[in-house]
Each structure stands twice: as C-alpha cells, then as structure tokens.
Design a binder for this molecule. Structure first.
Ligand SMILES: O=P(O)(O)OC[C@H]1O[C@](O)(COP(=O)(O)O)[C@@H](O)[C@@H]1O
Ligand SMILES: [Mn+2]
Length: 641
C-alpha cells in the first residue's frame, strides 16, 4: 500500500492532477463493456482461425448491417465486409474491376464508409486506447477524422479533400489497409483461447505467432498443448506422443520446416527397423497434399517407431509411479509372446498387429541403444529450438489451467467428478487435491517442470504428462487412453475410453452452479465455458439452463464429418452473450472470391436487462480500486493545504 501511494504521488503530484485522473477514470467506468471473443480447439488450422479473427465472429458484419443496412445493397455490404477482413487482397480485386474514374469514386465512397465504421467501432473506448490501436503512420489524420465535428455537408467535402490528398501522395491503399486493421482490432477487445492450439492441423506455429501479436489474449491450456509444453519441459513421453500424432496426421513437416528440428536420425532409424503397417499409415484430409505411396510408407514406419518408444517409456513411468494406478498403461509388459496375446483388464486378446522387433521380451520397457540416442537427440532439439521456446514461453505466460473472466469460468476439459457429481480427489505426497485445488496443483507442476527442462523423470515432469492422459486430468476427462489397444487389438471393446461423468452432469444446472461455487463465482450470473469435446451433429452447445456453453470451434478438419458444421465461437458484449455457429472454412482464396463469412447463425445466449458497463467488469473493479486510492491521496493533499 505504502509503495502504491508513493507511486501514485509521483504520477499525480498535485491536487489538480488527481482530480483530472479521477474524472477520467469515472468516465471510463461508464463506457459500455468491451467485447470479449472466445474460441477453442484451433488444432493448427491457421487460415480458418485467422478468418474468424478478421471478421470478429461476424461482429464486423453485424456492425455494418446495423449502420449501413438501409443505404447499401446486400452485395455491397458483403463487399465492404470482405474489404475490412482482407484489405490487401480486396484492394487488388477492386482495382481490377474498374475504370480509372470509377475507381476514384470507389475510393471516395469506401473512405467515407470506413471512417464511419471506425467511429462506430471506437465509441466504446477512450481516446488513448484508440490511439494505441492506430497505425502510427496515420494516427494524426485518423484522430482528426474521428474527433473533429463537421456538419454533414462539410464532412463530405472534408473527407474528400483528405482522400484526394492521400490518392495524390499514393497513400490511399496504405491508409485503407491500416484503417481496416484498426477496425479489426477495435471490434474485439480481448480474446480467450480455450485450449488445443496444437496437433492434428498443419500450422500451429502460425497461430502462435498471430496470438503473440494480438492486442490482448489469454489461453487455457488444452491436453494437446500439454504435449508440446511437456516436450520442452523435458518429458520424452510427451515428445513421443507429439511425434506419433504428428506422423499420424502427416504433420512432421511442422517440426522440421517450421521449428527447424532435424528428424533425419529418426527417419533413418525407423526405416531400418520397421515395416509399413496399415495401422500406422497417416490419416490425410482430402484437401491436404496427396502423399505418394513411398511417402506414406515412410511416415508409417516413423509412426510405428515412435509408438513403440512411447509404450516403452509408459512402462518405465508405470514402474516409477505405481501409486498412480494408470489403466491401460504399460501393456508392452502384458504381452504373452508365445501366444501372441495381450492381457487387458484381466482378459487376453489376440494381437492384430506386429511391430515389436526392437522390444526385448525379458525387458520390454528398455530402450535399445539406438532408440535412446534418437530419443535423447530429439528431446535435446526440442528443448533447444529457439522458435518453439519463444512461442511456448508465451503460452506459459498467457496461459493457465483455468481462468475467471468477468464472472465466467473458462477451462478446456472438465472438473473430474464421480457419478454423483462429487469432486474426485488426487493424492500426492500425503496431500489431497479436488476441484479448484486440483487445477492449481497441476498448474504448479507444469510451471515447475517447464522451468527445469533438464530434470526429466522428476514428479513435476511426470505430472505434466499425466495431464495428457491421466484419469484425473481436468484436460483429458476420460478413464484411460486406449492407444495401445487401438493399434494392436482388433476387439473394439478394448478401445473404449469412458468419459468422466462430468460430461453428462454438465447438462444439469445444479451441477454447473456447484462448479461455479467451487471456483468462487456467482452462479446466478456466471457461465462455465468449455472446449475439448466436439459438439456433434444434433447436440446442443448451450446446456444446463444456459449455465454451460461448449464451444469447440470445430476448426479441426478431422472432426468436421462428425460435427457437420465448422463449430462454435462465443462473443460477450455489453448486451450479453452470443453463440456464433460457423460453416466449415475452405480457404482464404475462397473466402475472398466468394465473399463468405462462414457465419451461419448467431444465437443470443443471454440478454442483459441493463447494458453492461466497464464498471461491471474485472477492469472496472481495478479502476474502482484506483479511484479509491486516488481519493485517499486527495485527502493527503487537502490536509497539507
Ligand atoms: O482419432 P485418433 O487420432 O485416433 O485420436 C484418438 C485419441 O485422441 C483422443 O481423443 C485425445 O484427443 P482429443 O483430446 O483431441 O480428443 C484420445 O482420447 C484418443 O485415444
Ligand atoms: Mn482437447
């Protein structure tokens, strides 16, 4: 407190300065609550994610319709919206469509409209916040345009004059581009990413770069993100899972080309020791580049090689942590080599695949010397990849296991519970953890593991892997991961992964209220917002009398056949919550050429009786606290007068 007062005194050295600041802050409290945007399960699908960011999940179009709906045709609205999303590409296209004179007219009209839209987007913010969103090259003239009050007639002439000048100076395009990006920026104040940026899709690194350059973002880690965080924290087991999934979805290129990690030794090792079994062929999406048979075979060998290393390391972990009682882990040790069967839950099943050439039947969990060299080398490269480290540092800094934001509770998966909804307990070192404490326990472990990549088989690093597939992991939420059985046993019974009862109970209001209470939220006004489970065709994303919203964005192409749509995102503005459903995204070219928004419907989840203000938000609380302290300072100044 003392320090705070001292800092305040330095910043506001006299009575007048304090009064000005209080007035300013009071004004901010009365502004409408800025818009929050929620997305989830991006799974490496950069262009689709980028598209949703550019159109603010339909928010830009909505603003255009509200404000220009009676002046513009449907086509012109769409043209204008697409210009705001993709200004560079649309400018090129517009230029080609017109004669010189028509083009000049187009620039003048567009310019006036853009300034109007910018004004509308900026109304919720203070001048200083708007200034920060402006391109410095055009900040002065934009502020002039935004805040100078002209009569209608004068305004047109004034705009025209500025535009003529920009055209003459060859700056018109740059100005339009800058203004479109400022509108994109202002239309959403803050972004929440509810996990799973990595795996399955081809460009997680691009997503990370986009997030790192985004003006305001937080991330709730997903189980797939954990594999990458775990790998750079020194978990060979996370690394092998990550490589296995990358091979399975034909994404090894990310590791080599985008993160500069050499996989030559792994390929060489796999080629020497493995056959290409169909179970390990990569799953490719129809729009991915087609692989040749030779390429598929090579990737299948790599997937098999890392899968076996994964199962050996799982066996070692099971021996290291017997108290974790991990179901379906360590099954390499349950193989009856003579009968060619494996024991799962006390029952023997025939092995349907064979690729155990590197497994020593007496010591099935021991890595061969070559496997060890490959594993150590790769782990070292992951730990030392500077690009990966930079991106994951950001993920650690902006990320957490859960987040409470403006009265809502955000986390990726679940709170593990029993069938009656009682929180399950995890025991570690004579301590027990349930509910919120369980989330904090895991967050602490991950932060510790991440800070010490050279400690590799320590509890913190093992707990990090546990987050990927442990039965009490809030990010996983199933009784077991049946990967071994899925590769090696034909009987589908063994493939079943039972979901935690949470996923059924979350449809009930009392249960969601209990969760919010556990995390200290007001269940009357709050919501729980989850990702992780794709909302399948016919399922409702809004549950429990609107207390629970599941927004797996459906970005992952692998899941689109089961969801039937592109997925859901969420907007929270001063009027309430809106759930936006998306059509599957095809490509940026398609979005520009056919001017598709991919928004199918916008559904109101709740409508605030009274429009929410900044005063009602987390920022508002902070501001009120600042005002309180400034009043104290005022008293001190008054007492000295
Ligand atoms: O479809 P695939 O590639 O076999 O993946 C299935 C595996 O992925 C998981 O569903 C985990 O990934 P998600 O969290 O994305 O669902 C496992 O539970 C399951 O064993
Ligand atoms: Mn997930």
């Amino acid at each position: 407190m003392e320090l705070m007062q001292k800092l305040l005194r330095e910043k506001f050295p006299n009575r007048q300065a304090v009064i000005t600041e209080i007035t300013n802050l009071e004004a901010i409290l009365n502004l409408p609550k800025p818009t929050e945007h929620f997305v989830s399960d991006l799974h490496g699908e950069f262009p689709a994610f980028d598209h949703v960011l550019r159109n603010g999940s339909g928010n830009i179009k909505q603003k255009i319709i509200e404000n220009f709906g009676d002046q513009l045709t449907k086509d012109s609205i769409q043209d204008f919206a697409t210009l705001v999303y993709y200004p560079e590409d649309m400018l090129l296209a517009e230029r080609q469509k017109r004669t010189e004179d028509q083009l000049k007219q187009w620039y003048l009209d567009t310019f006036a409209r853009l300034i109007e839209l910018l004004k509308i987007s900026a109304t919720k913010y203070t001048r200083s916040k708007v200034r920060k969103a402006l391109d410095p090259n055009f900040a002065y003239i934009t502020e002039e345009l935004l805040y100078t009050d002209h009569r209608e007639v004068d305004k047109r002439a004034y705009y025209n004059q500025i535009m003529q000048n920009l055209l003459k100076l060859n700056q018109a395009d740059q100005f339009i581009i800058a203004t479109c990006y400022t509108i994109q920026h202002l239309i959403v104040d803050h972004l929440h990413v509810i996990g799973d940026i990595f795996d399955r899709g081809p460009e997680p690194d691009q997503i990370m770069e986009r997030l790192m350059n985004y003006h305001s973002v937080d991330i709730q880690w997903g189980n797939h993100d954990i594999l990458w965080l775990g790998a750079v924290s020194g978990s060979a087991l996370c690394l092998m899972n990550l490589l296995r999934i990358s091979a399975r979805y034909d994404n090894l290129g990310i590791i080599e080309d985008h993160y500069g990690i050499n996989l030559r030794h792994l390929f060489f090792f796999a080629d020497q020791h493995y056959q290409a079994l169909p179970a390990f062929y990569p799953k490719t999406m129809s729009d991915q580049k087609q692989l040749t048979e030779v390429e598929k075979k090579m990737i299948a060998k790599v997937q098999a090689a890392v899968t076996i290393i994964q199962f050996k390391l799982e066996g070692q972990l099971k021996q290291r942590r017997p108290e974790w009682r991990l179901p379906q882990v360590g099954l390499l040790g349950e193989i009856n080599w003579q009968n060619q069967t494996v024991k799962i839950n006390g029952q023997d099943y025939e092995l349907s695949n064979q690729c155990f050439a590197t497994v020593d039947q007496q010591n099935p969990f021991v890595l061969t010397a070559e496997e060890k060299t490959v594993t150590d080398g790769l782990l070292n490269s992951f730990i030392n990849s500077s690009k990966l480290r930079r991106q994951l540092d950001f993920m650690m800094q902006a990320g957490s296991m859960y987040k409470i934001a403006n009265g809502n509770l955000l986390f990726h998966g679940c709170v593990p519970v029993d069938g009656k909804g009682k929180f399950l307990t995890l025991h570690s070192k004579n301590q027990s953890y349930t509910g919120q404490a369980l989330f904090c326990f895991f967050e602490k472990q991950l932060r510790q593991a991440y800070a010490h990549p050279n400690r590799q088989n320590d509890p913190a690093t093992d707990w990090t892997w546990y987050l990927w597939q442990g039965p009490l992991s809030p990010l996983f939420g199933k009784h077991a991961m049946t990967t071994f059985a899925r590769y090696f046993v034909a009987d589908q019974k063994t493939h079943i992964e039972r979901k935690n009862p949470y996923f059924v109970l979350r449809r009930e209001e009392w249960f969601c209220r209990q969760i919010m209470q556990e995390f200290g939220l007001d269940p009357q006004t709050g919501h729980v917002i989850n990702g992780h489970t794709p909302v399948k065709r016919g399922q409702e994303p809004i549950m429990a009398n609107k207390k629970m919203i599941v927004i797996d964005g459906g970005f992952s192409k692998a899941y689109q056949p089961t969801t039937g749509i592109g997925g859901y995102t969420l907007l929270s503005n001063s009027y309430g919550l809106q759930l936006v459903s998306h059509h599957p995204f095809t490509s940026k070219q398609d979005a520009i050429k056919n001017e598709t928004d991919i928004i199918s419907t916008i559904q109101v989840v709740n409508h605030e009786v009274e429009r929410k203000k900044v005063a009602d938000t987390d920022t508002g609380k902070q501001i009120k606290e600042n005002i309180r302290q400034l009043h104290q300072l005022l008293k001190i100044y008054a007492s000295k007068e």
